[in-house]
Design a protein around this ligand. Sequence first.
Ligand code: PEP
Ligand code: MG
Length: 795
Amino acid sequence: MKKEEQFLLWFEQLERKDVDIVGGKSSSLGEMTAKTDVPVPYGFATTAYAYRYFIKESGLEEKMRAILSELTDVENSALLRSVSSRLRDAIMAEKMPQDLQDAIGAAYVELGKRVGEENPYVAVRSSATAEDLPDASFAGQQDTYLNVQGAETIIAKVKECYASCFTDRAVYYREKQGFDHIEVALSAVVQMMVFSKTSGVMFTVNVATGDDNNILIEAAFGLGEYVVQGTVTPDNYTISKHDHKIIDRCVNEQDIMLVRKKGGDCEEVQVPEELRKVQTLTDEQILELADYAKKIEQHYGCYMDMEWGVDERTNKIWILQARPETVWSRRNKEGGAKVQESKSMTTTDHKVIVKGLPASPGKVSGRVHVILDPSRIDEFKEGEILVTEMTAPDWVPAMKKAKAIVTDSGGMTCHASIVSRELGIPCIVGTKSRGEAATVTIPDGIDVTIDATHGVVYEGIIEEAKKENQAGAAVAVAEYFPPTGTKVYMNLGDPELADKYSSLPCDGIGLMREEFIWTTYIHEHPLYLIKTGHPEKVVDQLAEGMRQVCQAMAPRPVTLRFSDFKSSEYRDLKGGDEFEPYEPSALLGWRGASRYYDPKYIEAFKLECQAVVKVREEFGLKNLNVMIPFCRNVEECEKVVKIMAECGLERGKDFKVWLMAEIPSNIILADQFNKYVDGYSIGSNDLTMLVLGCDRDNDTVSHIYDERNLAVRRAVRHLIEVAHSEGKTVSICGQAPSVYPEFCEFLIKSGIDSISVNPDTVKFTKKLVAQVEQRVMLDALTGRGRKEVEELDWK
Ligand code: PEP
Ligand code: MG
């Protein structure tokens, strides 16, 4: 029988692509069970087919559609509550078809055999088929039932899972996201119960900042529900992904925990006095968990959000859940801004009322509304600051109206934190663990300023926060960048700035000068490192610099330009004196391609190539391409391309080799260079120097040095024509378009494929390109185009 038509499937029969059959949670557990060696508790999942079978056999669809038609205003909490509750009641009132009940009963017997217990305790969780997808977060929306025992109870809980598909929150989300309520089928996971003495969550990306260098673990005593609900403030551990070391830990006092009672029910108990202030996990356990997190991230190829537990009976760590992290997966992919450390406000005149964990960054001022009783949530008004003990799923409609949120308890992964980050509103959690509870310390109705970037609540309105907010809004409006035909790339210097600039609206990195990696990370001459027996330093550190940039920009392309130090610059690197000649004019000397095949340098060039291979193959960052600088003749180009190919860098569909067009010969002989490269990037700095015979570093002739000179422009035009005639692309990475908008306009009108500019002119250039392209199009339509083209030859 086809998978799609079975009532239930065991984890090992599932893979992640089965999300339509069993939902995100179940397919993810299946994928981990079947394809990784991380420990996942045994279990099976009922399918979407089973859910639909139940809905159809019981005639529920029509009943549900009728009830749903009454939901005319989803923002009306009372109406939402009544419709949702009637939907749930309708489901609970129906009996599950007998054949479905039998299938679940038989699987439960089989599960007992696997666990080695008759009548084992299981957890029954729901897994909606639209849940857990990176762009449709339903995280935590459906219910989980712990300590369930016996086939009959399981069947009842599966039905409750079905009903929980219609909580207020689930209905609200689906309405807002435009999902059809009947289409969203539900799968129930039935899984061996792990009796956790400690448990928690972990992330492979810092969920507050988007930094993906570390793994974050939150851990608390007892069952994990209190971490997710934010009832306790868990310990936080940060583990570096690169060297697998614990780099930060914050141990929070925990006085209560949720535990399983003997008969199966859960109860809240006091944490024994001697454990309250000690680390919840041992270092060994932290590292074991981090290892699983890394494996899971590697396997899925995206940021992951996981739940885990340590079984009290066996001390074994189990991975209970793994799903793609929702917010940063999307933002970082789109090249969105990671949170930058912003300046603190002038706050000395303002009293600090309370501090907590900065869970979702941002600064705002506004009026506080303290809500302790969930039944009063309807009193919350648009634009107020919500202060409460902890939010819960049913609070989402109110949270959407909030300007900021402050809670007494919770950690970085509690409900308030997750939802605020998704909504993009500032949020501070866990104030109780930092001294005083917000609900006690912040009086209702007062004005406060929330600095959720630093986790502080100040008394009164701080004008700067207001301004920052307004500026933010103004920027958001002004920052629309229309797509352009001519791509706009960025020239990047220091690789450490890649993160900061990754949010700019550029299409990739058009020039990453390798020299910057040497001066930022390596500081030693490559031939000296080879001589002293450390060639691996060159490869590793070059690769690290490239990785930073490629990762920050992914999936946008990055062009690394191989080394183009002049001998005078190389000499400044440690040990360089021994290897560098003294040249009368270093700018015209031993630089760029002429080194790469030279027996005196070739071994160093091979290391440069190896670093590129490492980034592409080992780190899997295939967005890295390369560029050859200062290549004087076709023979040089041929030799260099050959060495690269021998090192494993052969031009291909997903690997491009560009040539800097910065020597007149590159342009005059473009028809011959075409054979060896995918295209060109104009180095207008050197090209202008060499076309005009004007030393770019010599002040005496600087008044003659001008990239806009007709000779340079004709060279540019010629290159574009010859390159395009054989399907090669042309870009530019010299300074000219960053400095002269009219030159930029000339390039666009000449049909250049892309323009790479300095970070500070990316936004301006992006808009300029859009305007010019639009004008060119209009001119073409109105017949003005020809005159424009003639005028390009400024005198
Ligand atoms: C150029 O020559 O225009 C260029 C971008 O390279 P560099 O300035 O590094 O020589
Ligand atoms: Mg140059």
